[in-house]
Design a protein. Structure first.
Length: 146
């Protein structure tokens, strides 16, 4: 493989693929029909199969019910992060309402980020069950030749 190719593969790390809503098997195809997280009409519309490698995106009926756990964890992690950031930047005190400002702003951010988090949860969930397959292209060729 050429040097360029290697760098390209490195860029497509596990986290990169999950954050960019790419198929976890080939890390190339988009799993959602719309690229934008804010096209709310079709927020969770997914391709049945990865448009690049053909990986199924719904492994079994009701597969995405489990995303509730992921989205809950993301919510907790995100709130913990803003809590610490707020603590460092502004601090907390019992003598004023700084805590409630954090609560309000955190809540607002959660709301704004919700569409993105919902999609990210699905992307992560799928990536827990489908692992990256370096030779997806070759394997797809084999299937075609049978
Ligand atoms: Zn794929």
């Amino acid at each position: 493989m050429s040097k360029m190719g290697n760098q390209e593969e490195k860029r497509r790390s596990y986290l990169w693929a999950a954050l960019h809503m790419k198929c976890p098997r080939c890390r190339r195809g988009n799993i959602f029909e719309n690229k934008s997280s804010y096209y709310l009409k079709n927020l969770l519309g997914m391709h049945r199969n990865c448009p690049v490698c053909g990986q199924r995106t719904e492994l079994e009926p009701g597969f995405y019910y489990g995303t509730a756990y992921v989205s809950y964890s993301l919510t907790v992690a995100f709130s913990a992060f803003t809590f610490v950031a707020w603590w460092v930047l502004f601090g907390f005190s019992t003598e004023d309402n700084r805590f409630f400002w954090w609560l309000g702003i955190n809540g607002f951010l959660m709301l704004v980020l919700q569409p993105f988090l919902m999609r990210l949860s699905r992307s992560l969930w799928l990536s827990f069950f489908v692992s990256y397959n370096e030779s997806w292209m070759a394997e797809n060729e084999d299937k075609k030749n049978v």
